[in-house]
Design a binder for this molecule. Structure first.
Ligand SMILES: NC(=O)c1ccc[n+]([C@@H]2O[C@H](COP(=O)([O-])OP(=O)(O)OC[C@H]3O[C@@H](n4cnc5c(N)ncnc54)[C@H](OP(=O)(O)O)[C@@H]3O)[C@@H](O)[C@H]2O)c1
Length: 263
């Protein structure tokens, strides 16, 4: 049975992507740490749409997590045709205040697990004649690194965009297509989890998007094999126009719309 794997499906953008794909008739494998939530979401989706939903509690800070996901899919005879690698969080502290262990955990969830999950499924994707990868990145990939909070977040997302480029460069010939979904501020649990809800509250409402909107844009882009999806015309405009401005102006505008992220 062909299915789509979604990481971080218990909340926010990942959960919205699950509903967006289920309404199009795709079977799903949903992962996250909170099994209770995964079961609730699975029951709700199954009641709404005629699709099969499997769930797996899985902590992506663990080195063995990608292989566990692969083993689960193999044991359940699931033919994974698309990977939506979305799970993530950020630290609200400065570099010197995050312990080595916490930094490594975050790097593993945001980047290493993405590469490893793709790698453990790659041979199967090649054997089945193709597939798709969506990495949920961020507009932070295009912004200057934040000096106030999560200084590694933007650079890691830039790395993920380049990973998507690498997959496309190496595997489009094998009918494997990768998409970077780069949302701006999206109303999810992300800011409360990372202790930055106060900054998010200062962001003008014009710049806040719903997770359903972001998911829908991402899914449409992935199904059309788009390499880059930036939901919201205003964000697309910002990302493109900022290339022509000096860093000082970018930081000034960034501080106005993102709660003093660059101070
Ligand atoms: N919200 C924004 O403004 C925004 C903007 C740009 C990009 N993004 C990106 O969008 C993605 C999704 O974030 P979101 O905004 O939807 O946040 P969210 O509502 O907090 O959801 C994050 C998801 O990641 C999962 N997750 C976190 N740590 C995990 C771990 N150790 N192992 C497995 N799963 C883990 C969570 O599941 P469990 O807690 O159940 O494990 C949850 O399902 C992230 O990659 C984020 O960087 C967000």
């Amino acid at each position: 049975m062909s299915s789509i794997l979604i990481t971080g499906a218990t909340a926010g953008i990942g959960k919205s992507i699950a509903y967006s794909l289920a309404k199009r008739g795709y079977n799903l494998v949903l992962t996250g740490r909170r099994l209770g939530r995964l079961k609730e979401i699975s029951e709700d989706i199954s009641a709404l749409h005629a699709v099969e939903v499997k769930v797996l509690a899985n902590d992506l800070t663990k080195k063995e997590a990608p292989q566990q996901i692969k083993d689960f899919c193999t044991e359940n005879n699931l033919d994974i045709e698309m990977l939506v690698l979305n799970a993530g969080y950020q630290h609200s502290q400065k570099l010197e205040d995050v312990s080595l262990e916490d930094e490594e955990d975050c790097l593993r969830v945001l980047a290493i697990s993405v590469i490893m999950i793709f790698k453990v499924f790659l041979k199967d994707l090649l054997k089945r004649g193709g597939g798709k990868l969506m990495v949920v990145s961020s507009v932070a990939a295009f912004a200057p690194p934040s000096t106030a909070i999560a200084p590694l977040y933007g650079p890691i997302k830039t790395f993920m965009n380049r990973f998507v480029d690498t997959v496309n460069a190496g595997y489009n010939k094998n009918n494997i297509y990768a998409t970077s979904l780069c949302p701006g501020f999206t109303v999810t649990e992300f800011h409360a989890v990372s202790g930055t809800q106060d900054r998010m509250n200062k962001v003008p409402s014009f710049f806040k998007m719903s997770s359903d909107f972001v998911a829908e844009e991402g899914v449409k882009g992935m199904l059309k094999n788009k390499e880059l999806v930036i939901p919201g015309k205003h964000y697309w405009f910002l990302v493109n126009i900022l290339k022509f401005f000096p860093l000082s102006i970018i930081k000034f505008i960034g501080n106005k719309i993102s709660g003093d992220r660059f101070k």
